[in-house]
Design a protein around this ligand. Structure first.
Ligand SMILES: Cc1ncc(COP(=O)(O)O)c(C=O)c1O
Length: 398
């Protein structure tokens, strides 16, 4: 018998869709993937070279669980330069991906029954991680424009609230929280003595005149109660390399290292050496990629706006749109002799896949059932092809 803990996990709402995509691809069908959250650029050459150099020079052994000192120092320097944050190397834990950094943090601060607030729409794993820690996820709606609703957050706080998880720039909405809302949240956190887990993995992907603000930089109190979480996957096109980190209060980081020490130990040694090259040598590549994403975002927005009923705000960061598509739920199409109703976001996604050969993710996966997520880490040509097909498919609905 598998454990209650695992039984309590909700199977990923994306799995049905992913299964269909894989089957279609296996049959040789052409599928346009607006469902995948990973940059389509190569990992920068300097990172690949650093990996080779580290491997060739024998940097292939076990190292300190929390990471090699030169990488922790490089992360500390980055946090100072980019985010105005002062952390010592001991306040940093290097992990196997941003995902592990978030999981370590949740496991380290939560006792069974503690409540952790997450702001919906939210990244798929937060809720499950909280449940795995035997804590209770409290999902609150964001404001209409996908920014923080301080009122909703305040209303969700109880005497069991332990922490809130925020993510800016946001997956799946692309929202970038501004200084005012982060200040308001920091005040609320101080008042109710909550920890703040701030997932900043998309910080390099910000467009227009918006800028990233780390909530830990708002005040000394915010710094003392925040665990800043980040990773190399999105900024440096290193999704498969599995490298991330957390920075925060020394006692919490010590706890996270202890937990990691009994689960995965150090993240891959030579990948850590390559991570230093990412932080120190890849500003040009990051900026080129950011500019390419901005063009893609602008084009996709133009195309989404042209589809009646898709209400897509302009995301300021990451590489996602999260429009409300509920006005399509009453529409129908014919399948043989049968009249099929779209019904919900799952039905909408399945229809686009089947009719247009375009994969998008239904919003239920992100606690936002009236929406679907369009990811645009693909070329402008692919966006054009996908949107042409979506328009044609939606025009067939009755
Ligand atoms: C919001 C957010 N946080 C964390 C992660 C984890 O990234 P990784 O474990 O690949 O570094 C992701 C990946 O999709 C994400 O979207």
């Amino acid at each position: 018998m598998i454990s209650q803990r695992i039984k309590r996990m909700t199977p990923s709402a994306t799995s049905t869709l992913n299964g269909m995509v894989s089957e279609m691809k296996a049959r040789g069908e052409h599928v346009i993937s607006f469902n995948v959250g990973e940059p389509d650029f190569d990992t920068p050459a300097a990172v690949r070279e650093a990996l080779k150099e580290a491997t060739d020079t024998g940097k292939t052994r076990y190292v300190a669980v929390g990471g090699i000192t030169p990488l922790r120092e490089a992360i500390a320097a980055k946090l100072k330069k980019d985010n105005g944050l002062n952390y010592t190397a001991e306040q940093i834990c290097v992990s196997t991906g941003g995902k592990q950094a978030v999981f370590n943090a949740v496991m380290t601060i939560c006792d069974p029954g503690d409540e952790v607030i997450v702001v919906a729409p939210c990244w798929v794993s937060y809720v499950e991680m909280i449940k795995l820690a035997e804590a209770v996820p409290i999902v609150v709606e964001s404001a209409e424009d996908y920014h923080l609703s301080i009122n909703n957050i305040r209303a969700a706080i109880t005497n069991r609230t332990k922490a809130i998880i925020i993510n800016t720039p946001n997956n799946p909405t692309g929202a970038v929280y501004n200084e005012e809302e982060l200040k308001a949240l920091a005040e609320l956190a101080k008042e109710h003595e909550m920890y703040i887990l701030s997932d900043e993995i998309y910080e390099k992907l910000i467009y227009g005149d918006k800028k990233h603000v780390s909530i830990a930089s708002i005040s000394q109190d915010a710094y003392d109660r925040t665990i800043t979480l980040n990773g190399f996957a999105k900024a440096y096109c290193m999704t498969g390399w599995r490298l991330g980190y957390a920075a925060g209060p020394a006692d919490i980081i010590k706890g996270m290292i202890s937990f990691q020490g009994h689960s995965t130990s150090n993240s891959t040694t030579m990948v850590q050496w390559a991570g230093i090259a990412a932080l120190e040598k890849c500003d040009t590549e990051v900026e080129e990629m950011r500019q390419a994403f901005e063009k893609r975002r602008d084009y996709m927005k133009q195309r989404l706006d042209a589809v009646t009923g898709i209400k897509a705000g302009m995301p300021d960061g990451a590489f996602y749109f999260m429009p409300d598509v509920s006005c399509w739920f009453d529409k129908t199409y014919t399948d043989g002799d049968e009249n099929v109703k779209i019904g919900d976001a799952q039905g909408f996604s399945q229809y686009l896949l089947r009719e247009a050969g375009v994969a998008v993710v239904p919003g239920d996966a992100f606690e936002a059932p009236n929406t679907v997520r369009f990811a645009y880490p693909v070329s402008v040509e692919t966006i054009k092809e996908g949107m042409d097909k979506i328009e044609a498919a939606l025009a067939k609905l009755k």
